[in-house]
Unconditional design. Structure first.
Length: 309
């Protein structure tokens, strides 16, 4: 891993200011008049005397370039270059992921449980070193795995999921989301992703309220859609992608199919700095180096106060 891989940007949008500074610097360098219009407004003999005594800066170009360099360093400092604190990972409640798996009749009869298990495992892998919890639901919801960083143990639990894991018949995603929210709240988690893996059956106003409650905590609700892998019985509930899309939007997240989960995995796998900075907690896990760049910006700024000999 290179040294750059260890550096995160807490406020990357400030990079937009750097091209503006570069353009201003190029414009300043292209101007040849040393003191602009002052050389035409002040008597030449008086201007020469002021220059000899150090009352004016000998060249405007130098001043402009120094100011541009200082401004560029300030803009770079404002991007928030940071390195992870050595004790950052001791705060286990900084960033977590809860996977909520739909094991209702429609998913089971759709014949896609293997895809569900694989998608859940992919989400756990994308979470990296962050703790992951597992909630399963059908007619009711249960915490199948408490927040853990032990991927082997979690994988074993995921492999055992089947149509009989949840004994309660029905489909109540709001109960799964509510349990995920309580799990995060009880641990005082600062930043989190709740990933709902579902075919969209059973989503209604109650689930939407839970999605809004998750977003209100500063967490994100992502969703992975489970299509039917085989024809469903005539009386079986049908997958509802539109309902799942709307739910993910209400929770401030994104949605994808379990066969192409890339957008959701990218969101879950985003760096800790991105997650925490979005909630204003980046300082908990990262040490901001911007202050030192501000001190460096003072060096070219001193040129602006230089007195000629």
């Amino acid at each position: 891993m290179s040294a750059l891989d260890a550096v995160a940007l807490l406020r990357p949008w400030w990079f937009l200011a750097i091209p503006v500074v570069v353009l201003l610097a190029l414009r300043a360098a292209s101007r040849s008049a040393p003191l602009g219009d002052w050389v035409r407004a002040v008597d030449p003999a008086l201007m020469a005397h002021l220059a000899r005594t150090g009352a004016v800066l000998g060249g405007r170009r130098q001043a402009n370039l120094a100011a541009a360099l200082a401004a560029g360093l300030i803009a770079l400092a404002l991007t928030g270059p940071a390195v992870e604190r050595a004790d950052g990972r001791t705060f286990r409640n900084l960033d977590e992921t809860v996977i909520v798996v739909d094991l209702s009749r429609s998913v089971a009869e759709g014949g896609n449980l293997q895809g569900v298990r694989q998608a859940a495992a992919a989400v756990a892998e994308a979470a990296g070193t962050r703790a992951v919890a597992l909630v399963v639901y059908a007619g009711d919801a249960y915490l199948a795995a408490s927040p853990t960083t032990d991927r082997d143990s979690l994988g074993t639990t995921l492999f055992a999921l089947d149509a009989d894991t949840v004994p309660d018949r029905g489909s109540h995603p709001e109960r799964g989301l509510a349990l995920a929210r309580r799990t995060l709240a009880e641990a005082n988690v600062v930043s989190a992703d709740v990933v709902l893996i579902s075919d969209g059956d059973g989503i209604g106003e109650a689930a939407t309220r839970e999605a809004h409650a998750i977003a209100a905590q500063g967490w994100r609700l992502q969703a992975l859609f489970v299509p039917a892998d085989k024809p469903l019985p005539a009386n079986a509930p049908k997958p509802d992608r539109a309902a799942l899309d709307a739910l993910a939007r209400a929770g401030g997240g994104t949605v994808a199919d379990i066969a192409t989960p890339g957008p959701v995995l990218d969101a879950v796998g985003a760096g800790l700095a991105q997650h925490l900075a979005a909630g204003g907690y980046g300082v908990l896990a990262y040490a901001d180096l911007g202050r030192w760049l501000l001190l460096l910006a003072a060096v070219p700024a001193l040129v602006l106060f230089r007195r000629s000999a």
